[in-house]
Design a protein around this ligand. Structure first.
Ligand SMILES: [Zn+2]
Ligand SMILES: [Zn+2]
Length: 348
């Protein structure tokens, strides 16, 4: 497995951006990204010359498009061909999602709670989603210094509510990058965890995101592993439920079985923050960070994490768990906020 530092929401002058694909790619490379998704509004013409731009800048470009409608914006990535967004009204988003999935692409809600017109036409999501299994991810952090913005906090809670309902939905960040003006504000990175095989990188990236093998940060890359009965699971994995025992045992045996059931209702959690990633592209003051393990049962663990001691192990009860994620809290740019979060590990 290897990690890919991605910026998943960008524009060129083929829509309302003020940059060419080449300028965008060079800017992303200079900021330490490995990969960008080009998501121009309702067009894919900006991808012309993609391979040459990739070669020149040493960066991967995932083809995509942002469906920009009066009822919401939807980021679609991994498409080969333009998908017509125009027939889709507020009540038939699922027909549009089907067209994206037919091509092997995936789709996510873009900045779902950003204020709408006149600031941004149709930015606020009003499409009626009847089955959340059709949505692959939610862009919970949008623009720069994302976690301090109210609409992002609301999107994060919205994602959490869907997880609590049992949907296995990924969460990402997206700068919605339109021009190359420098900024001092912290930038979000979505790291995708790719399988090591011979498939094209773009296919592996899409596979990683649709499986939820993603972790989002303003700085250090946060990872999460959960062990149960000798098997280790990672972000996006589903931990199978314990098999029900239908057998009968003598009294002594029953006790042993019950004891082992109680023991295995706990899982071992390992959370790790890698402070070496994209070295020089972000900074955090010396401090004691807070690491939280959040779940559908609330926060199950809270502990201190230091740059020199960037790992935490915990044992948490797995009963009634649907999902678990790690969050790193601390001070950045003088504000105490969420600095990084992992996608969820799921429980059957
Ligand atoms: Zn948008
Ligand atoms: Zn956009």
């Amino acid at each position: 497995m290897s990690w890919l530092a991605c910026e998943l929401h960008t524009h060129t002058f083929h829509s309302d951006g003020k940059q060419s694909l080449s300028e965008l790619a060079a800017g992303a490379k200079a900021l330490g990204f490995d990969c960008i998704a080009l998501t121009d509004h309702n067009t894919m013409t900006g991808l012309a010359g993609k391979e040459e731009v990739e070669r020149e800048n040493g960066i991967s470009i995932i083809p995509g498009m942002e469906w920009t409608t009066f009822f919401g914006h939807m980021v679609t990535i991994g498409l080969d061909r333009y998908v017509d967004w125009r027939p889709v009204g507020p009540g038939d988003i699922h027909a549009g999602l089907a067209k994206v999935h037919e091509q092997g692409g995936i789709a996510g809600m873009a900045h779902p709670f950003r204020p709408g017109s006149p600031m941004c036409t149709g930015c606020y999501w009003e499409f009626e989603v009847s089955d959340w299994n059709d949505i692959d991810y939610i862009e919970v952090w949008s623009t720069t210094f994302a976690p301090v913005k109210n609409n992002n906090a609301r999107a994060y809670r919205f994602w959490t509510d869907r997880l609590n309902e049992g949907y296995r939905l990924a969460a990402t960040s997206g700068r919605d990058w339109h021009h190359q003006e420098p900024t001092d504000e912290p930038l979000s990175v979505t790291y995708l965890r790719l399988e090591d095989n011979d498939a094209p990188l773009r296919d592996r990236a899409i596979q990683a995101l649709s499986s939820g093998r993603a972790t989002v940060t303003l700085g250090p890359r946060l990872d999460l592993e959960i062990s149960r009965e000798g098997t280790t699971y990672g972000i996006g994995d589903v931990i199978p439920g314990l098999p029900e025992s239908g057998q009968t045992f003598d009294q002594e045996h029953v006790s042993a079985v019950q004891l082992s059931a109680v023991q295995s209702s706990f899982v071992q959690v390992l959370a790790t923050a890698d402070f070496s990633v994209r070295s020089g592209h972000w900074e955090l003051p010396e401090q004691t960070f807070t690491l939280k393990l959040d779940s559908n049962q609330g926060v199950l663990f809270e502990g201190s994490l230091l740059r020199d001691l960037p790992q935490i192990t915990a044992e948490v009860p797995a009963e009634e768990l649907k999902w678990l994620r790690a969050e790193l809290w601390g001070i950045i740019h003088g504000v105490r906020t969420l600095i990084a979060f992992t996608n969820a590990v799921y429980f059957e």
